[in-house]
Design a binder for this molecule. Structure first.
Ligand SMILES: Nc1nc2c(ncn2[C@@H]2O[C@H](COP(=O)(O)OP(=O)(O)OP(=O)(O)O)[C@@H](O)[C@H]2O)c(=O)[nH]1
Ligand SMILES: [Mg+2]
Length: 202
């Protein structure tokens, strides 16, 4: 079971990008065995993203009564164990709340997770609101960026090239090791990017 954890501020484009990745994973699958489950973590009880993902035909599990980086750590572990036991998919995508600290989730999974072969972290950056959010929630935004194996600078269709260059420099400064990509979730996302993000070779 390979985990892909999506973080990124509220409204940055996580669900839109997960839909694109989920299609890519399903289309690349060679066996008939179900190979993808998506875990949706939303605070509050209106599961909009859950409905969006389910309408795409994907298997979705919900964790709606708090954030998996703090109150719901044990719920996440229980849910993952249950998915492993009943489905044992190749991939599990986790959409965290926009306020989650991915480093905390990683720490808990490394400590308590079972049957996990790999964990990849993907951080979605909202290019349109980057500097606004850096000012409003600097610690959260910096933590999310610094924990990403891949950082997807999203909404490039709404951002000037010059601004994108500055944002990319800033992201590199916060996380030298990450693979950084510019994307627009509302347009077609290149499969080559998803291949590199999830490390599917070929
Ligand atoms: N123009 C444009 N709009 C985008 C892009 N990506 C996402 N959006 C829009 O931004 C809004 C939020 O996108 P979501 O994918 O729901 O973002 P999210 O991070 O899942 O949001 P929460 O789960 O509420 O935190 C939606 O109205 C999307 O259609 C993009 O690349 N370009
Ligand atoms: Mg969402």
């Amino acid at each position: 079971m390979n985990l892909i954890i999506f973080s990124g501020f509220l409204g940055s484009g996580k669900t839109s990008l997960i839909l694109s990745l989920a299609h890519f994973i399903v289309e690349s699958q060679t066996s008939k065995k179900p190979n993808l489950v998506i875990i949706e973590n939303e605070v509050g009880d209106i599961g909009i993203d859950d409905k969006v993902l389910k309408s795409g035909g994907f298997s979705v599990r919900e964790l709606f009564s708090g954030c998996i980086c703090c109150q719901l750590t044990s719920d996440l572990i229980i849910t993952l164990n249950d998915i492993k036991e009943k489905i044992d998919p190749k991939w599990v995508i986790i959409e965290t709340t926009g306020l989650a600290y991915p480093g905390k989730i990683l720490g808990n999974l490394n400590k308590y997770g079972k049957g996990i072969d790999s964990i990849k972290t993907v951080t979605v950056v909202d290019a349109e609101r980057f500097y606004e959010l850096r000012t409003v929630a600097p610690i959260l935004i910096e933590n999310q960026i610094s924990e990403g194996d891949s950082v997807l600078i999203n909404k490039v269709d709404l951002t000037l090239d010059l601004e994108l260059e500055i944002i990319e420099k800033d992201v590199k400064h916060l996380n030298e090791k990450a693979n950084i990509y510019r994307v627009s979730a509302s347009k077609n996302v290149d499969d080559c990017m998803w291949k590199r993000v999830v490390d599917i070779s070929g």
